[in-house]
Design a protein around this ligand. Structure first.
Ligand code: MN
Length: 128
């Protein structure tokens, strides 16, 4: 079965880029453009990983991560932050906020699938 990835990103071009790269690597994609939409989708399906834009309209990525981590159903899903600039380089703060990893924008199309694979693998090891 294909690993499923939820990408939460309000920028259509970035979301499309992520979709194209990851579908080409064999992943199944779920897409949301707001945190509220992501929460709705998480009620129906559990992705293997979430790629989450920090800067979203209304509910931002930090708030959404807190909600995901506070819920029994979703707390173990690995989350990779997509950061434009605010937290760039600030690895400790990102990890403290509940993220497993972060990727700086603009997205490096070669690095993205490598990190996604690594984080899914790490989270499976941890769950054993
Ligand atoms: Mn954004």
């Amino acid at each position: 079965m294909k690993d499923k990835i939820l990408v939460v990103e309000d920028n259509d071009r970035n979301r499309k880029l992520v979709r194209i790269i990851l579908q080409a690597k064999g992943y199944e994609l779920m897409e949301a453009s707001t945190g509220e939409d992501a929460i709705r989708q998480l009620k129906n399906a559990k992705p293997d990983l979430i790629l989450l834009d920090i800067q979203l309209p209304k509910m931002d990525g930090l708030k959404l991560t807190k909600i995901i981590r506070d819920s029994e159903e979703t707390r173990d899903i690995p989350i990779i932050a997509l950061t434009a600039y605010a937290m760039k380089g600030d690895r400790e703060r990102i990890l403290d906020a509940g993220f497993n990893e972060y990727i700086s924008k603009p997205i490096d199309t070669r690095q993205l699938p490598v990190i996604v694979e690594k984080i899914i693998k790490e989270s499976r090891e941890k769950a054993k």
